[in-house]
Design a protein around this ligand. Structure first.
Ligand SMILES: NC(=O)c1ccc[n+]([C@@H]2O[C@H](COP(=O)([O-])OP(=O)(O)OC[C@H]3O[C@@H](n4cnc5c(N)ncnc54)[C@H](O)[C@@H]3O)[C@@H](O)[C@H]2O)c1
Length: 370
């Protein structure tokens, strides 16, 4: 199967949907890979590196789309890309179709099969192609927090790890899932005092087992959250209730009582945020201050580290890319029902129920045999 990878066109998107390692894997298995010239530049991967791995560099996206049977992207197509969609093409990317009727209709009208990273599932219902970005955002949060804790950035001027004879910063992480666990881990590695809260005691047990008391774990409830936040220099919000808006766990009253110059990083902002005072910000203007507390609420944190994010994302997508290339759509989804969950639009129909519901479109059961 010919696989194509264009440059991402969405504003401020620097990732690319394949790495040289992915190219080599596909090429060795007999699947030619076409990459648009310069598509890896934003992630610091050169055309030469892709060529060395066996890819063919082509001059523009029109060639990528027209000559490939499957196109790999990072973000959903934008309007400029709609005319390149066509019947029989497989498009494997983050699609977020429930949030966009125009993209849904562009896939339906063109007859492109849209396979969405974000709805591919593992047998336990977890989402393997979303997890790597939570890992990146989680690991970034203590770095970001440390920067904004500096006095010149409006913080209270506390060094995260302290120094000999001086207390380190106290970092409170709310949510012990993929993002929260990684935040706590990095903050502890930077020698801060770290407290993690979660409603799910099993998640806290895992942290205790791994970190053996170096990270304090607390069952999450109103009083525990309040006490933890009032003693914190940095609070990281990393909760998720799948399919729902994030619960507003930290109230404005708590924010009012926090130490002046303390910092909150709300990773959960993409689901509405877990601080009552959260509003979405961007990398170009990442923070604002409420009641003397610096708020960092960037919705696409991994965008700041596209090289790492590209590798993290493609490590997770590559096995599915290989399965699709080797087996074709039908064979691959028959072998892996979790990948079948990724198919959102097929042969002009919406085959993923929440997308059909979101846009009041007719839902058709996906039949891999058709
Ligand atoms: N801002 C960004 O750039 C960015 C990047 C990646 C992910 N995210 C977001 O980060 C959030 C976390 O993702 P994740 O993959 O870590 O999710 P996850 O499912 O792995 O973990 C979420 C955790 O929150 C806990 N939780 C739920 N309700 C709670 C409550 N009331 N009190 C305490 N804990 C509670 C759950 O028990 C779970 O352990 C999601 O909203 C995700 O979309 C944001």
């Amino acid at each position: 199967m010919k696989v194509g990878v264009p440059r991402e066109l969405k504003d401020n998107e620097y990732r690319i949907a394949i790495t040289p390692a992915g190219v080599r894997e596909l090429v060795v298995l007999g699947h030619p890979v076409l990459i648009e010239r310069g598509a890896g530049e934003g992630s610091s991967i050169s055309d030469t590196e892709f060529e060395r791995a066996g890819a063919t560099i082509v001059p523009d996206a029109d060639v990528v789309f027209s000559e490939s049977e499957m196109v790999l992207k990072v973000k959903e197509p934008i309007e400029e890309e709609f005319p390149r969609l066509r019947e029989g093409l497989i498009l494997f990317t983050y699609l977020h179709l429930a949030a966009s009727e125009p993209v849904t209709r562009a896939l339906m009208d063109s007859g492109t099969t849209g396979v969405a990273y974000e709805t591919v599932e593992f047998p336990d219902g977890s989402l393997p192609l979303l997890a790597p970005m939570s890992e990146v955002a989680g690991r970034m949060a203590p770095h970001v927090g440390a920067t904004w804790l500096e006095r010149e950035h409006g913080g209270r001027g506390v060094l995260l790890g302290g120094v000999s004879g001086v207390r380190p910063a106290r970092v409170v992480v709310i949510g012990a899932g993929m993002a929260g666990l990684n935040s706590a881990w990095i903050a502890q590695g930077m020698e801060a005092e770290v407290v993690v809260l979660d409603k799910n005691i099993n998640k806290l047990r895992d942290i205790d087992r791994i970190h053996q008391g170096k990270i304090l774990t607390l069952a999450s409830n109103r009083l525990a959250v309040e006490e933890a936040c009032l003693s914190a220099d940095l609070v990281i919000g990393a909760v998720l209730v799948p399919g729902a808006r994030a619960p507003r766990i930290v109230t404005e009253d708590i924010i009012k009582e926090m130490k002046p110059g303390s910092v909150v990083v709300d990773i959960s902002v993409d689901q509405g945020g877990c601080f009552e005072t959260t509003k979405m910000t961007t990398h170009s203007d990442p923070t604002y201050v409420v009641h003397d507390v610096v708020h960092y609420c960037v919705g696409n944190m991994p965008g700041a580290v596209p090289h790492t994010s590209t590798y993290a994302l493609t490590n997770a997508t590559l096995p599915y890319v290989v399965a699709l290339a080797e087996e074709g759509l039908k064979g691959a989804v028959q072998q892996d029902p979790g990948l079948a969950k990724g198919v959102n639009v097929h042969q002009g129909s919406v085959v993923y129920e929440p997308v059909a519901e979101a846009h009041a479109l007719e839902f058709h059961e996906f039949d891999a045999l058709s």
